[in-house]
Ligand binder design. Structure first.
Ligand code: SAH
Ligand code: SF4
Length: 394
C-alpha cells in the first residue's frame, strides 16, 4: 500500500431502514444488555420511523450514554438524493444513490416516483436495480440487472420521500407543486412496487420491507394500500400472500399465450392458466380486496375489441380490477400507444361487463417518471454530460 494514502474508516452504517431484528443486532453490537433490547428497539423505532429523527441527541427517552454509543457506531443518514424533479402535474421523481453494500458493489442508483392526487399520494418504489426479465415494451427490461435491493434500501425510499415532501413531524411541506390535502390525509398514503425490477424475484427483502412499512408504531402504512406488481412469477405468489398479505397486481398485457410469450417472455415458463390459478388462490380476496390486472395498450398488438371480451372471460371468478395503461414510448421501441378511441372502446367493453376499468392517466411525462421509463432519462442525461465534458476537454 502507498505509505501516503490516508486510512479511511468505512462509513458508519445507518439505522434508517433497519427491521426490528436488525436494530436488535445493532444494539447488541454496542453491548446493550439482552433484557433491554426490546425496549430500546421500540424507542429507536418510534424515533426513526414515526418522528423521522436525524439526530441521536433528540432521543431524550434514551439514556445519554446509550445515545453516545449509538452515535459512535451508527448514523441516521439517508441515502443521497442526486436529482429531484417536479413535473408540471406535481409528480416528483428522485434519483437516489445507495451506498455500496459490499466491497464488490459500486453503489446502486434507483429512481422513485411520487404521484400526488387530491386526497392521496402514491409512492412508486423499486425492488431491484434493473431487471432480469425482458418484457419487450419495457425500458427497464433493456437494462441488465445490477442487483436486488436490500429491505433497508426499499424502506429508505419511503423515508427519503417523506423527508423530501416534509411529511415527518416538524418538517415543512414544499410549496412547489401539488400535494394532497385535507383532514387526516397523509402525503404518502399508498405504495406500489411498480418501479424498477421484479419484486417477486426479491421476495425476502420485499416482505421484510413491507413489515417495516406497515408497522403501526412507525411508518404505519395500511397493507391494503401497499400493492406488489408482478409480471407473473407464479411460485412466489402464494408466499407473498402468506408473508406480506398486501394487495397484488398482475402485469397481464395479453389474453393469449402466444402473444404474452412475446410481450412478457416469463409467460413461456408460467403460462396464463397457471397464473390465473395462482390469482384465484391468493389469500384474502373479496369484492373489497381485488387483484389489479394491468394491461398496457399497444397499438395493433393487444388492443382489439375481441381481446377486451376475452379479457372479461379470462377474469371470470376472480375479484378483479383492470387498469388500462397507455403505453409510454421510449427511444428505440417498436411499439406505439393505442389511439384514444381504441382505448375507449376497449375500456367500455370491460366496463359494461361490470369491471371498473380506469385508464391510468399518464403522470409526470415531462420528467419521464411514467411506468417503464425509470432510469432511462438519467442514463441519457449522464451520457450527455459525459459527451459535453469530453467536448470541453474535461
Ligand atoms: N416488474 C414488475 C413491476 C415493475 S413494472 C411488473 O412487471 O409488474 C410496473 C408496470 O409498468 C408493469 O405493469 C409494466 O408492465 C408496466 N410498464 C412497463 N413498461 C411500460 C411502458 N413502456 N409503458 C407503460 N407501462 C409499462
Ligand atoms: Fe421487468 Fe416488469 Fe419491466 Fe418486465 S415490465 S422487464 S418484469 S420491470
Amino acid at each position: 500500500m502507498n505509505a501516503a494514502s490516508p486510512i479511511v474508516a468505512p462509513s458508519a452504517p445507518t439505522l434508517v431502514g433497519m427491521t426490528r431484528a436488525e436494530l436488535g443486532d445493532a444494539l447488541r453490537a454496542i453491548d446493550t444488555p439482552e433484557r433491554e433490547i426490546r425496549m430500546r428497539v421500540s424507542q429507536l423505532w418510534g424515533w426513526i420511523y414515526f418522528h423521522g429523527a436525524r439526530d441521536f441527541d433528540k432521543m431524550l427517552n434514551i439514556a445519554k450514554v446509550v445515545r453516545g454509543k449509538l452515535a459512535d457506531r451508527y448514523t441516521l443518514a439517508r441515502p443521497e438524493v442526486t436529482s429531484a424533479q417536479v413535473s408540471s402535474d406535481g409528480t416528483r421523481k428522485w434519483l437516489i444513490k445507495m451506498p455500496p453494500v459490499d466491497a464488490r458493489d459500486r453503489g446502486a442508483e434507483i429512481e422513485c416516483v411520487y404521484i400526488p392526487e387530491n386526497s392521496r399520494g402514491t409512492l412508486c418504489v423499486s425492488s431491484q436495480v434493473g431487471c432480469t426479465l425482458t418484457c419487450t415494451f419495457c425500458h427497464t427490461g433493456t437494462q441488465k440487472l445490477v442487483r436486488n435491493l436490500t429491505s433497508r434500501e426499499i424502506v429508505q425510499q419511503l423515508v427519503v420521500a417523506r423527508d423530501m415532501i416534509g411529511d415527518f413531524p416538524g418538517l415543512t411541506r414544499p410549496t412547489d407543486g401539488l400535494l394532497p390535502s385535507g383532514e387526516g390525509v397523509r402525503a404518502v398514503s399508498n405504495i406500489v412496487f411498480m418501479g424498477m425490477g421484479e419484486p417477486l424475484f426479491n421476495v425476502d427483502n420485499v416482505a421484510a420491507a413491507i413489515d417495516v412499512l406497515s408497522d403501526g408504531d412507525g411508518l404505519s402504512l395500511s397493507k391494503r394500500r401497499i400493492t406488489v406488481s408482478t409480471s407473473g412469477v407464479v411460485p412466489e405468489i402464494p408466499p407473498l400472500g402468506e408473508r406480506a398479505g398486501t394487495m397484488l397486481a398482475i402485469s397481464l398485457h395479453a389474453v393469449r399465450d402466444d402473444l404474452r410469450d412475446t410481450l412478457v417472455p416469463l409467460n413461456k415458463k408460467y403460462p396464463i392458466k397457471e397464473l390465473m390459478n395462482a390469482c384465484r388462490d391468493y389469500p384474502g380476496l373479496s369484492n373489497a380486496r381485488r387483484i389489479t390486472f394491468e394491461y398496457v395498450m399497444l397499438k395493433g398488438v393487444n388492443d382489439s375489441p375481441a381481446e377486451a371480451r376475452e379479457l372479461v372471460r379470462l377474469l371470470k371468478g376472480v375479484p378483479a380490477k383492470i387498469n388500462l395503461i397507455p403505453f409510454n414510448p421510449w427511444p428505440g421501441t417498436k411499439y406505439e400507444c393505442s389511439d384514444w378511441g381504441t382505448i375507449e372502446t376497449f375500456s367500455d367493453i370491460v366496463f359494461n361487463a361490470g369491471y371498473a376499468s380506469p385508464v391510468r392517466t399518464p403522470r409526470g411525462r415531462d420528467i419521464l417518471a411514467a411506468c417503464g421509463q425509470l432510469k432511462s432519462e438519467t442514463e441519457k442525461t449522464r451520457a450527455r454530460a459525459r459527451m459535453m465534458a469530453e467536448e470541453d476537454g474535461g
